[in-house]
Design a protein around this ligand. Sequence first.
Ligand code: ATP
Length: 326
Amino acid sequence: MANIKCIGILTSGGDAPGMNAAIRAVTRTAIYNGLEVKGIMRGYKGLIFDEIEPFKTNSVSNIIQQGGTILKTARSKEFQTPEGRQIAYEALQREGIDALVVIGGDGSLTGARIFAQEFNYPIVGLPGTIDNDLQGTDLTIGYDTALNTIMQAVDKIRDTASSHERLFFIEVMGRECGILALNGAIASGAEAAIIPEMSIGQDQLGDLISNGFRKSKNSSLVLVTEGDITGGAMAMAERVKTEFPQYDVRVTILGHVQRGGSPTANDRILASRMGAAAIDALLDGQRNVMIGIQNDVIVYVPFSKAVKKNKPIQPDLVETLKVLSI
Ligand code: ATP
């Protein structure tokens, strides 16, 4: 096992609430174990452009409650080329960084996997994304906070929707993963969720309409996952307006409000456990794994498995939403 004396930490891709709690946990666990820590700014971009600074215990004071990431985040085209990754590797050598902790979503962990293989370099990843779309972990850092933000927003929309007896399509994040929309709908008592997993070869909106989904309601709330697969909330609204002009239809796109805010207790605890586990994993000789959580137990998930597409949706969630919205 390589002798690790100094670790680097970065956040990459979309920011997620709880990333700061993870940075704090990684930094403090590393220092507790006698390691040096360096913070790399702006994800892989900062690695290539050498934006690296020493981190001490107090570098991460007073951040556990803050959304966003004090390390900033960025997307880096250069890191997707072998030349860019070579420059990044040279920066790590120059800075004396022996191992990396990468906090990010599937793109960031794919980059980590490629880099780790190319240079035989030790990396441990943490799942930092509101989308909860990574395989091998029940939860990702940021998901619970985003879900709560969605629930609170939908509660507010419900007040106005029922006053005006309107049909609302509410677009939420998640791209190819509908778990935010589905659980957001269950948590807020919405009528339905239109999600990518059920959009291929199936007309979810058509099914809802033909089942008479507004029969006994004075308002209706439908959550829709953003993106090309569902077509998004605007497309849903346009179709209903054309086919059912009697409906009073509105659209709310929740957008980046879902990314922000102080992390929930659950996200702070998850990030703290996972951050500590990342250092334990590196000291234990683990390489090229993402820290996951399964049935409340920390697990190591090989990068190649974590970033596989199509994390399945539990069928009971779909059924529960359907039953409860009669
Ligand atoms: P989120 O899911 O929240 O959007 P993400 O980590 O998936 O986060 P991406 O924009 O997909 O966000 O990826 C972040 C960065 O990871 C990219 O800008 C790039 O630098 C790196 N990356 C992504 N895919 C690759 C790849 N195939 N090879 C090398 N680097 C990659």
